[in-house]
Design a binder for this molecule. Structure first.
Ligand SMILES: *Cc1c(COP(=O)(O)O)cnc(C)c1O
Length: 465
């Protein structure tokens, strides 16, 4: 077998990595000087690096390893599928058993009449599909002018041209001439940073009504869809006020706008229901799925599509769209086994009723830390807003991300993966997390917050902008 050894010295691996591997969302030269952390194996909720250090993975990889690491049954299913049928396409009027079985399973799991799946390799390309699909749908209904998609600032919908355009990340738009045409953005329901003197409930309504104002500005006959994550993930785990989603749903219904719920993070248990749309009572026409669909064991994503949209498109001739790996048999087999584990081990119940409430109680107590202004969590998706002044919800004068980066590095040193988005610290642990893991997570988080606070004070950085 031809493989690079896990047991080369760390420095040697880092040098090879720096010489040949371009990392996503990374300043390459900076990383080459520091050397990347090399992860060599993982089991359960724990990663091990090339120096033998164990790290609690508070982010489930990139929000995806819902069933935890080291599942033998997934490896066995994948091996069996690789031997039986490693690849065949689903173009040209062919299909195969794993694609069929997974589609049936997803239709059964999905709420409402989301009974159809279009497969992709991940979340970004699934959102590309959604852009093509909703425009094609309205054209098939005789309304080709209905093609604008409304999204939100600071949303994350992937990194392809369409995915990044749907997303509302300014640093991404700044590179490569984005967004592409006919994608526009409204505000996000981030009360902590943008709510001013309004109550969270007032602010939630105000932000939802930006959608109605945008539809009025563009004309209802020009707008195809609104896309949003039930809870914004990569934007910093922005948990919307309770008033937000009911008002968004009302507006989409009132104006004949398709609603796309990007469930790439929220889907498959993370919010304490199978889908985030169930947690917020959203009735989407399309759901984007990926990440937890296979718990990251194989790349796969997709669009779950309503009867109305799928049937309309089916009657409209060829849909000129698809990927070589749409419905990849190994990925479908892995996803099916992953869904079996989520159901059989009652992982959604672990989030909603067993470990979740315990985590929520401990997480809420972090709001008492002198550095933390807000500690919010839904299911296994939590965020801490760090601030130099709790009363005014102030940002740091030193600039966004200063405190966040310091805290992230302390977390790493304390054997905890907790990510920072600006000066928000976020977690999204594997859904198998147990109460004893929660204790470890909180202990390491508190230690890291203490060290961050001490460093900020020592360097004179506890100053409001
Ligand atoms: C990660 C993510 C995507 C993109 O998925 P990829 O598999 O990285 O292409 C899209 N939407 C949301 C909400 C995500 O978190």
């Amino acid at each position: 077998m031809n493989m690079i050894s896990n047991h080369l010295p760390t420095e040697e691996l880092q040098a090879l990595d720096a010489a040949h591997h371009m990392h996503p969302f990374t300043a390459g030269a900076d990383l080459a000087r520091k050397g990347a952390r090399v992860i060599t194996r993982a089991k359960g909720v724990t990663l091990t690096d090339s120096n033998g250090v164990d790290i609690l993975d508070g982010m489930a990889g990139l929000w995806c390893v819902n069933i935890g690491y080291g599942r033998d049954s997934i490896a066995e299913v994948a091996a069996r599928q690789l031997k039986e049928l490693p690849y065949y396409n689903t173009f040209f009027q062919t299909t195969h058993v794993p694609a069929i079985a997974l589609a049936q399973k997803l239709a059964e799991m999905a709420p409402g009449d989301l009974n159809h799946v279009f497969y992709a390799s991940g979340g970004s390309d699934a959102n590309d599909t959604n852009v093509r699909l909703v425009r094609h749908y309205w054209a098939a209904k005789g309304k080709p002018e209905k093609k604008v998609i409304i999204s939100r600032r600071n949303a994350y919908h992937g990194s392809t041209m369409a995915g990044a355009s749907l997303g509302g990340m300014q640093p991404m738009h700044a590179q490569g001439g984005l967004p592409i045409a006919d994608i526009v953005h409204i505000g996000q329901p981030n009360w902590w940073a943008e709510g001013g003197d309004m109550s969270p409930e007032e602010f939630g309504l105000a932000r939802a009504r930006e959608l109605e104002a945008k539809i009025a500005e563009l004309g209802e006959d020009k707008v195809a869809a609104f896309i949003a994550e039930p809870i914004q993930g990569a934007g910093g785990v922005i948990i919307p006020p309770s008033t937000y989603w009911p008002e968004i749903q009302r507006i989409c219904d009132a104006h004949e706008i398709l609603l796309i719920a990007d469930e790439v993070i929220c889907g498959f248990g993370r919010t304490g229901n199978m889908f985030g749309s169930q947690t917020y009572d959203i009735r989407p026409d399309i759901m984007t799925i990926a990440k937890g669909l296979s718990s990251g064991y194989a790349p796969i994503g997709g669009s779950l599509v309503s009867d109305e949209v799928a049937n309309t498109v089916a009657e409209a001739g060829d849909f000129n769209h698809g990927y070589t790996y749409s419905g990849h048999p190994v990925s479908c087999a892995v996803a099916l086994e992953n869904l079996r584990i989520i159901e059989d081990e009652k992982l959604v119940e672990n989030v909603s009723t067993h470990t979740g409430p315990y985590l929520a109680e401990k997480w809420a107590q972090l709001a008492d830390h002198p550095l933390v202004g807000e500690a919010k969590i839904v299911g296994f998706m939590g965020s801490l807003a760090m601030t130099p002044d709790k009363a005014s919800r102030a940002a740091f004068a030193a600039g966004a991300g200063t405190a966040g980066l310091i805290c992230r590095d302390h977390c790493f040193a304390n054997q905890l993966v907790m990510r920072h988005v600006g000066d928000r610290m976020i977690i999204a642990p594997p859904l198998i997390l147990q109460k004893s893991d929660v204790d470890t997570l909180i202990e390491r988080a508190v230690k890291s917050l203490d060290q961050t606070h001490a460093k900020l004070k020592a360097e004179g950085l506890m100053v409001a902008a």
